[in-house]
Design a protein around this ligand. Structure first.
Ligand code: S3P
Length: 168
């Protein structure tokens, strides 16, 4: 079983993914981390040196060509589902789970981790909430094509596992 966790930056894909993988005895893969490994640089550096277009192409290539273990949890980047046919690829080759979270909660969580995220690194609190609201509205049509949706506020690996068991 291959599970893709999708959702906006800061919704907790990586943290939840690691814990869920541990709980289910699955491997864990972080797409941004794989990209960093392949390029030998950070996402921020890659973005500023090559630009977003190059980043999106490489992100797609890595998503399409990774040697996925049979049972794995894949944490994707916030923009991954919204470019090319990435959402279709993920829905075709695995189970997609959208971790939903309201803009205010995302803004609060991102305050600490924004420096690693080129799209928001230089924004103040006011700019960030507006950016999140607009970007989320733009991305939600993609995110909502997921197979499952879970509320990211108070989410636990046990809750996600239960939701999965109700379906399978
Ligand atoms: C991005 C999200 C980031 C990373 C890149 C672009 C986005 O991943 O892929 O900075 O477009 O939302 P996280 O969602 O893990 O922060």
């Amino acid at each position: 079983m291959r599970i893709f966790l999708i959702g906006f930056m800061g919704c907790g894909k990586t943290t939840l993914g690691k814990k869920l993988a541990q709980k289910m005895g699955f491997s864990f893969i972080d797409l941004d981390h794989e990209l960093e490994r392949a390029t030998g640089t950070t996402v921020s550096e890659y973005f500023s040196e090559k630009g977003e277009e190059a980043f999106r192409s490489l992100e797609k290539e890595i998503l399409n060509t990774l040697p996925y273990p049979t049972n794995c949890i894949v944490s994707t980047g916030g923009g991954t589902p919204c470019f090319f046919d990435n959402m279709e690829f993920m829905n075709r080759s695995g189970i997609t789970i959208y971790i939903e979270m309201p803009p205010a909660a995302l803004a609060k969580r991102l305050e600490y981790g924004k420096h690693k995220r080129p799209l928001i690194a230089n924004m103040d609190e006011g700019e960030m909430i507006t950016f999140i609201e607009n970007k989320l509205a733009e991305r939600n049509p993609f995110y909502k094509r997921s197979f499952l949706r879970v509320n990211g506020v108070g989410i636990t690996p046990a809750k996600v596992k239960n939701e999965l068991f109700q379906v399978f």
